[in-house]
Ligand binder design. Structure first.
Ligand code: ADP
Length: 449
């Protein structure tokens, strides 16, 4: 096992990793920018190192600073959390060159899945069903038109290097395709420094359903059920739940087995998520994330398995401690991402939290690095905390979520808490009847006015 883990992240996920490390008896090193000097992850870690100025490029994304921090403190492993360097194969390679373990998959797998064209090719080879579309990248107008005609409009043009819901353009008919292709390429170049794009069928009313996997790279891989992340705004997840209201046990077992077998064949190491769109009883692979995800607590609440603990143990060379038959899904869990944003305009609202009171009680978990008097810096994402609630049934979970949201107090800044208080009382949500466009439509038709 590792002696000391450096956590190359901030906010609630830095705390989440720190907690898992402490429970394993491993010493922790926090890193921080000058803007985060009094952040909670710095206070709770055994040691801390300042790695640069507020702007992430010069601190949390600064690889030489992070390696130097490992060397100064003698850390023998790095947990990247999510975001920042978590899916950066070069960082994984660089750590390996310094004999420091990257707590995550092989650099090779990060590379494959980071290029969405390559990821789809790999998924197809492994027998995972994919969204119909181009086999590779598309550059020419005529080629784009040919493929779009073949698969049928509407189509979506997506950046190969895409992420965070950016770099996607929908073309509804032949007149749109040339502009959509050019805009997608220009935006992809600006956002990711890579103008490679591909085309796939645009699904009109799918749900976003993702499968959590764990592999030990030693021939074992399992799945831990699904999370339904269909409630999105600008392709960003807002509310996640598991199990999905749209699946039954046999559908779950079927797609789960496909994913577990694929990961076994790939000899995948660590935690990962295989994302699908789900429409009319069919699954279509869209991408794989080779890291722990924001919404991982949903799975932890219904399986009782500590995913970060598993990541650390597997990275240290242990075999998977659990078999597929050990995974039993119990009850229902919902996660709300509470952001420092206005609940209807979504304008960011950085600033000082005047009072902070989190809900509690049976089945209630709050993952947050905020506290009373905490100043939310404007430099990073706007997540204030995640409220995750578990119940024996979906209905019990919804009732518990409703009272937990009513207990939650964050004063001094705007948050999205009022949005969730409205959602939890909405009939469609209560019935589990929503697709990936539901929330945008709800907001556009004045749901929050
Ligand atoms: P990112 O890596 O930017 O998150 P994804 O490929 O995971 O991109 O897609 C993010 C979201 O965009 C999906 O959850 C879905 O809402 C939407 N989306 C992606 N591909 C399609 C598609 N083929 N049809 C309809 N919606 C899509």
């Amino acid at each position: 096992m590792f002696d000391k883990i450096l956590i190359a992240n901030r906010g609630e996920i830095a705390l989440r990793v720190l907690r898992a490390a402490k429970e394993l008896g491993i010493a922790t090193v926090a890193v921080h920018s000058t803007a985060d000097a009094d952040a909670m992850h710095v206070r709770l870690a055994d040691e801390s190192v300042c790695i640069g100025p507020p702007v992430a490029r010069d601190s949390y994304l600064n690889m030489p600073s992070l390696i130097a921090a490992c060397e100064i403190t003698g850390a023998d492993a790095v947990h990247p959390g999510y975001g920042f360097l978590s899916e950066n194969a070069r960082f994984a390679d660089m750590l390996a060159a310094h004999n420091i373990t990257f707590i995550g998959p092989k650099a090779e797998h990060i590379r494959i899945m980071g290029d969405k064209i390559e990821a789809k090719r790999t998924a197809r080879r492994l027998g995972i069903p994919c969204v119909p579309g181009s086999d590779g990248g598309v550059t020419e107008d005529a080629e784009a038109l040919r493929i779009a005609r073949e698969i049928g409009f509407p189509v979506i043009i997506k950046a190969a290097a895409g992420g965070g819901g950016r770099g996607m353009k929908v073309a509804r008919g032949e007149d749109d395709i040339v502009v959509a292709l050019q805009t997608a390429r220009t935006e992809a170049k600006a956002a990711f420094g890579d103008d490679a794009v591909y085309i796939e069928k645009y699904l009109e009313k799918p749900r976003h359903i993702e499968i959590q996997v764990l592999g030990d790279g030693k021939g074992h891989a399992i799945h831990l059920g699904e999370r339904d992340c269909s409630l999105q705004r600008r392709h960003q997840k807002v509310w996640e739940e598991g199990p999905s209201p749209a699946l039954n046990a046999s559908m779950r077992a079927e797609i789960g087995d496909v994913c577990a077998k694929a990961m076994q064949e790939l000899q995948y190491i660590g935690a990962g998520t295989i994302e699908f769109l789900y429409e009319d009883g069919k699954f279509y692979f869209i991408e794989m994330n080779t890291r722990i995800q924001v919404e991982h607590p949903v799975t932890e609440m219904i399986t009782g398995i500590d995913l970060v603990n598993e990541q650390i143990r597997i990275a240290a060379g242990a075999e998977l401690s659990i078999k597929q038959s050990d995974i039993v899904l119990e009850g229902h869990a919902i996660e709300c991402r509470v952001n420092a944003e206005h609940p209807s305009t979504f304008r960011p609202s950085p600033g000082r939290i005047q009072s902070f009171h989190t809900p509690g009680g049976l089945g209630v978990r709050v993952d947050s690095a905020a506290y009373q008097g905490y100043m939310i810096p404007p430099h990073y994402d706007s997540l204030v905390g995640k409220l995750i609630v578990h119940g024996r049934t979906r209905n019990e979970c919804l009732m518990r979520l409703r009272r937990s949201l009513d207990e939650f107090v964050v004063d001094g800044i705007d948050t999205t808490l009022p949005l969730f208080r409205t959602l939890v009382r909405n009939q469609d949500i209560q019935n589990g009847q929503y697709d990936i466009h539901w929330l945008e439509k709800f907001l556009a038709t004045g749901g929050m006015d």
